[in-house]
Design a protein around this ligand. Structure first.
Ligand SMILES: *Cc1c(COP(=O)(O)O)cnc(C)c1O
Length: 365
């Protein structure tokens, strides 16, 4: 069981923060996941004791015994979300409560400790507060927040660990697309699948990513940016990309996205897109799409647009799709009207430029 819903955080300012001038230089071109703020949050968990020792401190390496459980059996989960400078000068996060819930769903699947949602949310507020100067002010910039948790017990036996460490780090990121939104090219993996029924596909765990890298390498060999995975049973239905969900847009305005059957990750962007599209009067079906239908409907013109979505890139048009049986291109292979419209709508809500009827935007500062 976890401890109380509120923890006191000890604050230890980094005694040697990056200078303002150096930080400005770093923020000029942050890229993705390359630079980090001055601090991190850590919280410990022990079976029988619950969560304890919550602190904000200088970002630093984490010393580990070589027998630390995560290094052997990979009990590890993570989240990813962003903090923004809002249009009114404040600082906001997008749907952090959804990340808090998913963190616990992932923890449950990996037999790890549950974290009270309030503690998770408090940790996000803490790091943004202490590292607020690191939030990029550039138009499409944001502070990417990376909460994660892993088994720290020193033990080689195979069972759920009795000790965990929760860590939160933050990384300023620039626009995902420096030269405007570009379509991604996809390779349809033939040899590999990402997740099987009953597996860990719906958990946001590092292991899923490790398992996707061989397929990603295959994609790059075939001149593609990313992989699209087919289901593990029939090798036929579209699951998702290595880290983004997929939507299909048809000529009657209908959207289709693969259902949450346990092998795909329940993306918060996916859920937001479904909500926005339905509110705009569109029909959205959560139903399987086979690679054969993708090909046939693209060829007939019935399938107009395909896009991928996730926190990092928000919404990305899918361009050329390569398979051993030739290429598939829906529409003209660039971001269509529906794709770009949804992207704009979502970004405008995230940035506080549009109404937020669903209460998705959480004010931090
Ligand atoms: C995180 C993730 C996504 C996207 O989820 P968002 O909540 O929209 O960022 C999609 N697929 C996988 C495998 C992921 O890990």
């Amino acid at each position: 069981m976890s401890g109380g819903d509120k923890l006191d955080f000890e604050i230890h300012q980094n005694p040697q923060p990056v200078s303002a001038a150096e930080r400005a230089a770093m923020l000029a071109n942050p890229g993705f996941g390359r630079i980090f703020t001055d601090h991190m949050v850590t919280i410990r968990y022990a079976d029988g004791k619950g969560w304890y020792d919550a602190r904000v401190e200088a970002r630093a390496p984490i010393p580990m015994d070589p027998a630390t459980a995560v290094l052997h059996y990979a009990q590890e989960i993570f989240e990813g979300l962003k903090a923004y400078h809002a249009a009114d000068g404040g600082v906001t996060m997008f749907r952090p409560d959804a990340n808090a819930r998913r963190f616990n769903t992932s923890a449950e699947r990996m037999s790890m400790a549950q974290m009270p949602e309030q503690v998770f949310l408090d940790s996000l507020h803490r790091i943004i507060d202490v590292d607020r100067e690191w939030i990029p002010t550039a138009a499409e910039g944001s502070l990417y927040l990376r909460p994660f948790m892993f088994a720290t017990e020193v033990f080689l036996g195979v069972r759920p660990a009795l000790e965990y460490l929760y860590v939160l780090i933050a990384s300023p990121v620039g626009s995902y697309f420096s030269g405007g939104v570009q379509p991604v090219t996809l390779w349809v993996s033939q040899e590999y699948t990402r997740a099987a029924p009953g597996g860990t596909g719906a958990a946001k765990c590092g292991g899923n990513y490790a398992a996707s890298l061989a397929a990603q390498a295959e994609a790059i060999e075939h001149g593609c940016d990313q992989v699209v995975f087919l289901d593990a049973v029939h090798r036929k239905y579209v699951d998702e990309l290595g880290g983004m969900n997929v939507f299909f847009v048809y000529d009657d305005g209908t959207l289709v996205t693969p259902p949450l059957t346990g092998s795909i990750l329940p993306g918060i962007t996916r859920d937001s897109v479904i909500t926005l599209a339905r509110a705009a009067g569109r029909t959205v079906h959560e139903q399987p799409v086979s690679i054969d239908d993708w090909r046939a409907d693209a060829a007939s013109g019935r399938l107009r647009e395909v896009f991928a979505c996730g926190t990092a890139a928000v919404i990305t048009p899918i361009g050329v799709v390569r398979t051993p049986d030739g290429e598939i291109v829906a529409g003209d292979g660039s971001g269509g009207e529906v794709t770009m419209g949804l992207r704009q709508q979502l970004v405008d809500i995230q940035r506080g430029r549009a109404d937020d009827p669903y209460g998705w935007v959480h004010r931090v500062l």
